[in-house]
Design a protein around this ligand. Sequence first.
Ligand code: ADP
Ligand code: MG
Length: 212
Amino acid sequence: MTISRDAVLDWLKAFASTIHENSGYLTQLDSDIGDGDHGANMNRGMQAVLAVLPSVADKDIGSIFKTVGMKLVSTVGGASGPLYGTMFMQMGSAATGKMELTLDDWIAAMQAGYDGVVMRGKAQGGDKTMVDALEPALNMLKAKRDAGASIAEALDAAADATKQGMEATIPLVARKGRASYLGERSAGHQDPGATSSWYLMRTAAQTWKQAS
Ligand code: ADP
Ligand code: MG
């Protein structure tokens, strides 16, 4: 079983819808420990992505991801624009020429995207950022692959791991991004970027399981 290009496009649309529906919630989370714009930032970016998707829908998955990344960099702003933008651009490099993705291809893309986020933002696990959600997702995908799991099973487990990583940001004190300005007062709040990253992994699992 593989992830088709159409399934990739459907995932991006599902992520855009989920961001749109939860924009208020993401903004509320960001109001608690940041400047209250994460929902609006991500929604602006993903609406711009939706508008550009038809123009690249017949290209390879790498080109689609690169286009998404460039759109996010140019429209999202804030910390999350360059971070999500880099993630998709690096995923695009890893998926160059691919018309479908195996589980190994998806893991390679996620690894490249994750490495891009870390290189760009210099956050480590435990700093209360989107890295805390993406790291367990990637680790779980690898563990499931090594155990011989199906793509559907691996995606589901990765989405669950992302959720746990997101929830684990609540007690943390932020060490990167705007939330770090609050110091100890950032504890007790869920990180907005980790929350949007959970939507990313959850919509991947939901969309790609249906397609398989
Ligand atoms: P801004 O903080 O510029 O207003 P957003 O509100 O859109 O940008 O995004 C905030 C999110 O970005 C945080 O919740 C966090 O998950 C993520 N973030 C901020 N700085 C970093 C970093 N250095 N590394 C990884 N993620 C980061
Ligand atoms: Mg913000």
